[in-house]
Design a protein around this ligand. Structure first.
Ligand code: HEM
Length: 152
């Protein structure tokens, strides 16, 4: 059971981090061409398409992690620092990424793109904000992977 959960944990993590990275690359490339109507149509769909993978995969990381913690059956004081860091830090990052990315994509990208006369500067600012948050979450996830790899 533990091994199966570890498989789900690592698969979820790969899809989550991979989707965040792809989304960051696509957003930064499309930002420069945000004036084109075709690109605006694409930008309306992209965050929604990715969130089908992003949020469920991060949720799988959380659920499998909780299952593994329960099956390990150890007290709080017996847990090493890296496990505390992954459990609490990971939980916070997963919940924050779901909330923040959903809010930023709907308020800063979808909303300005819905306007009758799309203001390209506003859309580009929104895309920059989205890109900053994507980068923050990528760095936070990598910092957890760093702690877990070195088992501090
Ligand atoms: C950003 C979120 C997370 C990342 C990047 C992450 C990363 C990892 C990695 C790379 C491993 C493999 C470690 C190894 O086999 O040596 C692992 C295992 C594990 N993770 Fe996470 N994790 C995250 C969130 C969580 C959460 C939220 C929990 C618990 C609620 C959790 C609980 C566990 C447990 C119990 C293991 C097995 C540890 C062991 O083999 O002794 N993880 N995680």
């Amino acid at each position: 059971m533990f091994t199966t959960m570890l498989f789900f944990h690592l698969t979820g993590l790969s899809i989550w981090l991979g989707s965040l990275l792809s989304l960051a690359i696509i957003t930064s490339v499309l930002k420069k061409q945000a004036g084109s109507k075709d690109i605006q149509n694409l930008l309306r769909k992209i965050p929604g398409l990715f969130s089908r993978w992003l949020h469920p995969s991060s949720f799988i990381v959380l659920i499998s992690g909780v299952f593994m913690i329960i099956s390990m059956n150890i007290s709080e004081s017996q847990k090493p620092l890296w496990l505390h860091f992954m459990e609490k830090g990971g939980l916070l990052i997963i919940l924050l990424s779901i909330i923040v990315l959903s809010i930023v994509s709907s308020k800063k990208i979808k909303k300005p793109l819905k306007a009758a006369n799309v203001d390209v500067a506003v859309v580009q600012r929104g895309l920059s904000t989205y890109l900053v948050w994507l980068t923050i979450f990528i760095i936070l996830i990598l910092s957890i992977i760093f702690m877990v790899s070195f088992k501090f």
